[in-house]
Design a protein around this ligand. Structure first.
Ligand SMILES: [Fe+2]
Length: 398
């Protein structure tokens, strides 16, 4: 027979266990999980809960061994960085707070180191209003097997406010966000509230070593360099920190492929930004940038290679990918334009050593433009083969 003391102890333990369960069950997921890239070689798993709790990610590489990463902070926003992943491996993961698994197990592709020469990425832009177009694009991105998606800006309309992020970005893109990070650029609408405070707090991208917030940043993936610029809320003139950083970043890169992305297109049949064209495009040409991606104009456009401000056999190709779901824009085709279409959609780029295969897709996955660039490695300049206007059905995860 139990003594009164031991009985009380048993009851207290029982109550404590019950309270713990109740407390655990009270933690609910309110955003995510989604992914970030704090550095070239690490991944951040991010989620929000309705009440403060701890943060834990269980993850497994192809060796099948489950490991655990945690964050020491207790709160409602959870950011857990994972490092030391095998290059390019598919990583299974699940997120937990207060001991409760908050979402079904999912998977992402680990960052690829400089020894790799084959990968795929996607480009989306002007997702601003969300909706069914963006939901369809999310499904296509999952099917594509892209490592990540670059975003050309205007993530959320009308003013980039935090209160609109779930409805118009995180929910419609949720299927994709479980599998790959979005590496965004600031759009003119994104900086209208708190100079982009919601954008800066929601996304995890690398620091630039120059400014406190990552309004501009660069990331290396396999044999490619990705440079994100801010032409909306940061100076980019020749005497600005961003310009100096851009020169240093491009000149130091030994990557086979160099991509730059930012919001307002320097070449566009809709609304070109002539200041960006005059100030930054000579740098892109000088340092052998292959493709510049922008958004802002709600359509898809590809220029001929441009050098010294005119179409040329060799030079920089400018792609506008602004078909993320906002009302489509009017345009008047410019002479430097190879292909333009007021279409919703997204762009995919497959890198295979010295060959780049770009395809522009509508939300169903159908291809309506394509471009192939070949470059003998390690020569920096590109010979260009262009195929356009053909349609092929894009199917299945690769
Ligand atoms: Fe815009």
């Amino acid at each position: 027979m139990s003594s009164p003391g031991s009985l009380l102890r048993t009851v207290l333990i029982g109550v404590a266990a019950f309270c713990a369960v109740e407390s655990a069950l009270a933690v609910a997921l309110v955003r995510g999980p989604y992914l970030g890239r704090p550095s070239d070689s690490s991944v951040a798993v991010i989620w929000n809960t309705d009440t403060a709790a701890d943060s834990r990610v269980d993850y497994a590489a192809p060796d099948g061994v489950w490991r655990t990463a945690t964050s020491p902070e207790v709160g409602t926003r959870h950011v857990v960085a994972i490092t030391g992943l095998p290059s390019g491996a598919e990583i299974n993961y699940r997120v937990l707070s207060a001991g409760v698994q908050l979402a079904p197990e999912s998977s992402f592709r680990a960052p690829r180191d400089g020894t790799e020469t084959r990968f795929r990425f996607a480009v989306i832009g002007d997702t601003a209003e969300g909706g069914s177009v963006l939901t369809d694009i999310a499904d296509r991105l999952v099917e594509s097997g892209a490592d990540f998606a670059v975003h050309t800006g205007d993530v959320v309309y009308p003013t980039g406010a935090q209160q609109n992020y779930d409805k118009t970005f995180f929910l419609p893109l949720a299927r994709w966000l479980l599998h790959g990070p979005v590496l965004p650029a600031l759009g003119n609408h994104d900086v209208m509230t708190g100079r982009g405070s919601a954008y800066l707090s929601n996304f995890v991208v690398p620091p630039n070593g120059v400014t406190q917030s990552s309004r501009f940043y660069a990331i290396r993936q396999a044999n490619a360099l990705f440079v994100c610029l801010d032409v909306e809320s940061s100076s980019y003139g020749a005497d600005s920190p961003q310009y100096d950083w851009l020169v240093r970043t491009l000149s130091a890169s030994t990557a086979t492929w160099k991509f730059v992305y930012f919001h307002e297109p320097p070449y566009s049949s809709g609304h070109p930004n002539h200041l960006v064209r005059l100030i930054l495009c000579p740098l892109f040409e000088h340092f052998g940038v292959d493709i510049v991606f922008s958004g802002h104009v709600h359509l898809y456009e590809r220029t001929w290679p441009i050098r010294d401000f005119v179409p040329s056999g060799r030079g920089v190709v400018y792609i506008t990918e602004g078909g993320g779901g906002s009302p489509l824009s009017d345009f008047h085709q410019e002479d430097y334009t190879a292909f333009v279409a007021a279409r919703f959609g997204y762009t995919e780029v497959q890198i295979d050593g010295g060959t780049l295969d770009l395809t522009a897709h509508d939300p169903s996955g159908a291809v309506f433009d394509s471009l192939v660039l070949d470059k003998p490695q390690p020569a920096p300049s590109a010979g260009v083969r262009i195929h356009k206007g053909h349609v092929r059905r894009h199917m299945g995860r690769r």
